[in-house]
Structures are given as C-alpha cells and as structure tokens.
Design a protein around this ligand. Structure first.
Ligand SMILES: NC(=O)N[C@@H](CC(=O)O)C(=O)O
Length: 450
C-alpha cells in the first residue's frame, strides 16, 4: 500500500466547533480521512502534535495581494507565502488591482495568475464601482464569491456610497450575491480634509487621520447602507468595522446562517488605537482609520457578543516609501496577513478571548458566511487545511523574519508568545518550521452562491 500521501498528526489538541479535544488526525491526499485514536501501523508520515494545538486553517476574508499590476507592493506568490507562514490557508482578494476586476475577463485572468503562484487557496471579489452595476446584476453569480467596492471608492466617477445612493439602491435591489462594502461617507471626509488642510497645510500629523476619516463618516455610511439593504432584503456585509457606535447596527440574536446583514473587524483595529499614532505615524494610516481606545474596546466587545461575525486583516501592503510621505500623499493600508493569528493569540494569552472564539471568527464563520465548500472546520471529509501552533514559543517580529514583498510591518519589534509550526493546505504540508514546500499550490475555493 502506498502511504506517501498520508500524514498522521498524533496526539494534538484539536480546536473545533466550540471544543478542545486531544486526538489524532489522518490526512489522505487532500482531505481529513479520520479523526480519533489512530495507530501508525501503516507507516504514514508522522507528525507529533503533543503539546500543540491544531486549528482549522485561517480563512482571511479580505486581503489586497496586489496582483496583477501593483506587484511592486506584493504579489500572489509573496503574500500567499507570508499567509501560510502565519497559518492562513485561504484568502479572498479585493478588486483594486490593475486592471481593476470589474468584469469576468479580468476576474478569470486573476484566477489564472493565482493558479500559477498562490501557495494558499484563493477566491476573488468582483469589483463594483457604480459604473458596472447594470452588468454586475446580470452576471451569473456562480462566477464570484461576492461583489465589493473596496479600494475602488476613490474613483469619483464610480463612487458608490458618496455620490450615488440611487445606484446603491439599484445594486441592493437586484444583486443576488453578497455585497461587501467599504463604509465611509465621502462628503464627511472631504469636509474634514478641507478644514484640516486649511489649518495645517500638507503637514497634517497622522493622529488626525481618525478625525478626518471620522467615526461620524463611518456611522452615517453604515446606517444608510444597512437601511437600503434591509429595504431590499439584500445579502449585505460591512467590511472592516472601526467604531463602537456602528457595532449597535448589527444583530446577535440569530445564527450567522440566517443573517442578511453581517460584518467583520480587521486585526489592526483590535490591536492598535489612537494612542499608537505618535509612535507609528503614517505606518498605521489605514482606511477606515484606526480610532479611539473606546472604539477598540467596543469592537472587541461586539466580537465576543457576536454582533461582529468575522476577523479579517485587510492586508494592504505599500512600500515604505509610499507610506512615509506627508498626510495626503501617504498611502493608506499596511501588511498584516503573516501575524493575524499571532495577534489574536496574544489576546488569548491576556485572557481576553478563548481559543474556541478565535477559531469561530477566523475559520468557521468565514467559511459559513461565504458558503465555502468543505473548508473552515476540522471534520472528516473536509479539505485538510490545518495549522499546528505552539502556544509556548516566543519570538519577535523583525525585518529578517518578514515575508512580505514590501519588507516592513507596523508590528516590527513586537514579541509574540505563540508560533505557527506547520501549515497544511489541501492535505499538503506547505510550511514546516520555517521551511516552505513550494511545489504544492493552492486551489480556487469552491462555494455556493445564490
Ligand atoms: N485599507 C486601506 O487603507 N487601503 C486599501 C484600500 C481600502 O480598502 O481602502 C488598499 O488597497 O491599500
């Protein structure tokens, strides 16, 4: 019997569906074949999981891997490599590449590039910018996991939220797939920008970013969009929530499977707050902005009480040169995908969140929310996307251990107590204690959309 493709993880603590269970996991080819007490009588490739924790692979519901067209910042190879080192086995990438992903041709081109270089599993949002709504609502929704305006709202002519509530209404009334929106009101931002520019010129300090891209702008945009979505019974998802006030717009009294309106928080909005601008400046300039400590705590609370459904990264790399500019020139966004699980596990170490909750928000819920087929859980018959973590293995982020093409992180100098030791994607051991197996590429994520 040929056991080359069989891997047995022995004696590991499995975190799945609200429980921690010590067991063995047998992987055959792509899938989890068996979970239980399994003898190694057939000489499978053996991995000792003693003292380690086995997570379902992290599914990051929002990244910008910059491929095609912006590959000086990152590409589907470099950023997916950083992802698997951080325990992320699947990701959904945003449409603000060059070209922007506004039709099926560019979408298919991106699938092709990913099939040649992504080490993790992948899926893509179709971009919706206000100009292609008529096309989007006619398209076969089996072709894309969702539609999104994220990163496209800069374009005035195609702006969805600021200038065209009627266009948004049309989209929500007719689109059959998940609509994932970057929720900030452009009019509020523009008025604030003008006022601060008058006072400070170009030299606006980074700490004013959350006052320019203000809590008010986020709340008003989210409130209006939710009203329109409810009116049309649309399947609506608010990306990267940043304010305590917005969390009260979401429900926690029905299961995720039944929710029409959902939301997420990105790791940096849980990790940083306005107290960090003095030290990190433009490096933590993100859109929507990192806001107050009160907002950070409010987001954490809403995550724990299930008003917030997912944790994502909004991994958005730019070169250091693109970041270290005066306020208006400095690009918004920063890389995070390599350290999202580490950050959440630090919160676990501080007693702020359980391992089960981390798995729910980073693994189970993304799979449920985007209707992914056989991913996000440690279950027999599911894809063997798995992450083995040592919860007692301290290390520090520095330039040498960063894998991003842009070569920097706002977390440099941060010490973590936990370390991803091994990552399996579709049953392949792709990351093993600092070493990569680059012969095995990820697959397109299968999903059902209606
Ligand atoms: N999140 C960010 O600050 N930046 C994103 C675009 C976006 O989502 O606004 C980027 O692509 O750089």
């Amino acid at each position: 019997m040929n056991n080359e493709n069989k891997i047995l993880i022995k004696n590991t603590t499995i975190i799945n569906e609200g429980k921690l269970v010590v067991a063995d996991v047998l992987i055959a080819n792509e899938i989890i074949l068996q979970i239980g007490n399994i003898d190694n009588e057939s000489n499978y490739k053996l991995i000792d999981g003693t003292g380690k924790h086995l997570f379902p692979g992290i599914i990051d519901g929002q990244v910008h891997f910059r491929d095609p067209g912006l590959t000086h910042k990152g590409d589907l190879y470099t950023e997916s490599k950083a992802a698997i080192a951080g325990g992320v086995t699947s990701f959904i990438d945003m449409p603000n590449t060059i070209p922007t992903i506004l039709n099926v041709e560019s979408l298919n081109q991106k699938y092709k590039i990913a099939s040649q270089k992504s080490l993790a599993n992948y899926s893509f949002f179709l971009g919706v910018n206000g100009e292609n709504i008529d096309d989007v609502i006619k398209m076969d929704t089996r072709q894309f996991i969702g539609v999104s305006d994220d990163g496209l709202y800069f374009s005035k002519k195609g702006n969805l939220l600021a200038d065209s509530p009627e266009k948004m209404e049309k989209l929500f009334a007719n689109c059959q797939s998940i609509i994932a929106i970057h929720s900030e009101k452009e009019e509020v931002i523009e008025a604030n920008e003008k006022a601060y520019k008058k006072k400070y010129g170009e030299a606006i300090p980074a700490k004013f970013h959350p006052l320019i891209r203000s809590a008010e702008g986020c709340y008003e945009a989210s409130k209006r969009a939710i009203e329109i979505a409810k009116k049309h019974k649309a399947r609506f998802h608010v990306l990267h929530l940043t304010t305590e006030a917005e969390t009260h717009l979401f429900q926690n009294d029905i299961p995720l499977q039944e929710k029409k309106i959902t939301t997420e928080v990105s790791v940096h909005h849980l990790w940083f707050s306005d107290k960090d601008y003095d030290q990190l400046g433009m490096l933590i300039k993100w859109n929507p902005a990192i806001k107050t400590e009160k907002d950070r705590k409010g987001l954490f609370k809403a995550l724990l009480d299930d008003r917030i459904d997912l944790i994502t990264t909004d991994h958005a790399p730019h070169t250091l040169e693109e970041k270290q500019q005066t306020y208006f020139k400095s690009m918004s966004g920063a890389p995070m995908v390599q350290h999202s699980l580490n950050c959440m596990l630090e919160f676990y170490k501080q007693g702020l969140i359980s391992l089960e909750k981390i798995v729910e928000k980073m693994c189970h819920n993304p799979a449920i929310l985007y209707n992914m087929t056989k991913r996000g859980f440690i279950k027999e018959g599911y894809y063997a996307d798995l992450t083995l973590v040592d919860l007692h293995s301290p290390w520090t982020v520095n330039k040498e251990n960063l894998l991003y093409k842009c070569g920097w992180s706002p977390l440099e100098g941060t010490s973590f107590q936990t370390e991803v030791k091994q990552t399996f994607v579709n049953g392949n051991l792709v990351y093993d204690n600092g070493k990569f197996n680059e012969n095995k590429l990820g697959k397109p994520i299968e999903f059902t959309n209606n």
